[in-house]
Design a protein around this ligand. Sequence first.
Ligand code: ZN
Length: 181
Amino acid sequence: MTFDDGYRDNYDRVFPLLRRYGVPATIFVTTGWLRPHDDGPGLGMSWREVREMAAVGIRFGAHTVTHPSLPALSLREAEWEIRESKRLLEEELGTECTVFAYPFGHEDCQLRQLVEAAGFRWAVTTREGAPRPSDNPLLLRRTYVCAADLLYADFAVKLAGWHEWRGPLWRLSRHPRAVYW
Ligand SMILES: [Zn+2]
């Protein structure tokens, strides 16, 4: 499972469940939103919480520093967002950061090249669907799960992979989304 942005509830609510059920997970953090100290203000997790989760096997990926729509930036600014978030995570965690998530799923050919040149091996998008071995590793699809999902009609169907047969119109009707990523 993947989680974007690195909000505090990833630690308070999601982390205990991931541990209890042994679910492998990657959290894509917006590094500029993480709090330097546990008691600091802000919506993001603290770096101590990130380190604690990483120590027991939660993977962390980069999601830029300030969560911009990357295509709207100059290439130089976009490159900084991509590289600096990677550098910070590696400095804090002491391990190589190899996965990236495009904020809002916004990307293009030049940005994919920047992500690859920065040293990322994988990047995830907001394109719906299960990843396939033939996919471009810098354009991996995901299945969007949200609070409005019904347990059996949506969530169980997605886990089974059946939602891919329902077609794009059904998905759009179930996910009038775009603000979360
Ligand atoms: Zn995001």
